[in-house]
Design a protein around this ligand. Structure first.
Ligand code: KG4
Ligand code: ZN
Length: 353
C-alpha cells in the first residue's frame, strides 16, 4: 500500500518480449507490478524483433496505467522513472526509452537509464534484504551468461562469460530441436522431470580438471558444442526410430550437462574468491533443478540467493530497483541519453583490467 518512505519509482522494461511496469516505494516495496508476456512469437519459435517492438508500442500505455492503478499512485506522484536502456533488441528498447524520456520531460521529473543485467542482479534483493554484496553472481538469461564477483553494489569484477550461446539460448535451441514450444527453458525443465539424465551422456564444455585460475577458460562458458552434441544425438535416435520415447531422456541429459557446467564454474568462483555467498539472476535461474544442485553442492556453509520465478524473468520491478540505486548516485539521464543494444555494464571491471 501507498504511504511508505518513498521515493516512488516507476520502472519500465521493454528490452525483449515482456512489456512490464512497476511502481516501487523505497528500496524494495513493490506497490504495483504488471508483466505482459508477448505471445506473438510462439508460432515462430523465437522472438521476432520487429513484432516485439510493435507489441510493446501497442501495450506500454495500458501496462503502465495498470501498474499505477494497482499501486494507487498517480503518474504525477512518481518521483523519477527508470527504464532498461540496453542491452537488448534495439527497436524494443527504443519503445521503452522514448516512452520514459517523453513522460519524464512532460512531468518535469528525472529519468535513469538502467542496464538490463544489473537489474537482474538487483531482483533477489526485492524479496530478501540479505541478497546484498559481497556475492558471486551467476547471471543466466536468454542473451547473457555472466559470472561476476560483486564486492559492493556497483563494483563488479567479471570472472567469466559465454563464448557463444547464452545458457537460456541453449535451452531454447534444444527445446526447438525436441519440438517443444518457445520459451524452451520451462518446457525442457518439465520434460526432464520424467527423464533419466544418465541414459545419454552429453559433454560438459569448458569443464576440464586441468584448467587453472588465470586460464581464460577456467570461468568461461560455451554452449554451442553441447547444442551440436544434442543435434547429433537427436539425429541418431531419429534414424533408430526411437526419438519419441527418448525425448524426456534427451531433455534431462541436456539439462544435467548445462547445470553441471553452470554450478561447477560458480563453485570455482566461490572457492577462488573465498566468498560463499552466491546470487542467481536471469530467466534460467527460475530453473528449480539448477537451484537445487547449487544448494546441494555448496552445502550448509554457503548461502544462495535467487528470486521467485516471477522476478527471475524479465520484469519492471527489478528495473525500478536498479534505477533507485543509480539515482541515489546521481546518475540521472542527460538530454542526449538513449537506448543502445550494446549498453555497457556499469561498474563491470573486465578480467584484464
Ligand atoms: O531473463 P530472461 O527472462 O530474458 C532475457 O533477459 O533474455 O530470460 C529468458 C530465458 C529464456 O531463454 C528461457 O528459456 C529461460 O530464460 N528460462 C529458463 C527457465 N525459465 C526461463 N531456462 C531454464 N529453466 C527454466 N525454468
Ligand atoms: Zn532478462
Amino acid at each position: 500500500m501507498k504511504g511508505g518512505p518513498g521515493p516512488y519509482v516507476l520502472g519500465l522494461e521493454t528490452s525483449c518480449d515482456e512489456t512490464s511496469a512497476a511502481v516501487l516505494d523505497g528500496d524494495h516495496c513493490i506497490l504495483g507490478h504488471v508483466i505482459l508476456s508477448q505471445d506473438v512469437h510462439e508460432v515462430y519459435g523465437g522472438v521476432v524483433p520487429e513484432l516485439a517492438a510493435r507489441a510493446h508500442l501497442q501495450k506500454v500505455d495500458a501496462v503502465v496505467d495498470q501498474a499505477l492503478a494497482e499501486a494507487g499512485v498517480r503518474l504525477d506522484e512518481v518521483d523519477f522513472l527508470g527504464v532498461t536502456a540496453g542491452p537488448g533488441l534495439i527497436g524494443a528498447l527504443l519503445v521503452g526509452v522514448c516512452w520514459v524520456k517523453a513522460t519524464a520531460y512532460g512531468l518535469g521529473r528525472p529519468w535513469v537509464p538502467v542496464h538490463h543485467m544489473e537489474a537482474h542482479l538487483f531482483a533477489p534483493s526485492l524479496e530478501d534484504q540479505k541478497a546484498e554484496p559481497p556475492f558471486v553472481a551467476l547471471l543466466v538469461s536468454g542473451g547473457h551468461t555472466l559470472l561476476i564477483h560483486a564486492t559492493a553494489w556497483g563494483v563488479y569484477r567479471l570472472l567469466g562469460a559465454t563464448r557463444d550461446d547464452a545458457a537460456g539460448e541453449a535451452f531454447d535451441k534444444v527445446a526447438k530441436l525436441l519440438g517443444l514450444p518457445y520459451p524452451g527453458g520451462p518446457a525442457i525443465e518439465r520434460l526432464s522431470a520424467s527423464g533419466d539424465p544418465k541414459r545419454h551422456l552429453l559433454p560438459r564444455p569448458m569443464l576440464a580438471r586441468n584448467q587453472r585460475p588465470g586460464d581464460a577458460d577456467f570461468y568461461d562458458f560455451s554452449f554451442s558444442g553441447l547444442k551440436t552434441a544434442v543435434v547429433q544425438l537427436v539425429r541418431s535416435l531419429e534414424a533408430e526410430g526411437t526419438l519419441d520415447s527418448e525425448r524426456p531422456h534427451v531433455a534431462a541429459a541436456f539439462q544435467a550437462a548445462a547445470i553441471d557446467v553452470l554450478v561447477s564454474k560458480t563453485l570455482r568462483a566461490v572457492e577462488e574468491t573465498d566468498c560463499p555467498r552466491v546470487l542467481f539472476g536471469g530467466g534460467v535461474s527460475a530453473n528449480k533443478a539448477l537451484r537445487e544442485e547449487m544448494a546441494a553442492r555448496m552445502g550448509s556453509g554457503g548461502e544462495l540467493f535467487h528470486s521467485s520465478p516471477r522476478l527471475a524473468l524479465d520484469n519492471g520491478a527489478m528495473v525500478a530497483r536498479a534505477a533507485r540505486f543509480r539515482f541515489d548516485r546521481g546518475e540521472i539521464a542527460t538530454p542526449d541519453a538513449s537506448a543502445s543494444a550494446a549498453y555497457p555494464f556499469p561498474g563491470l571491471l573486465s578480467r584484464v583490467a
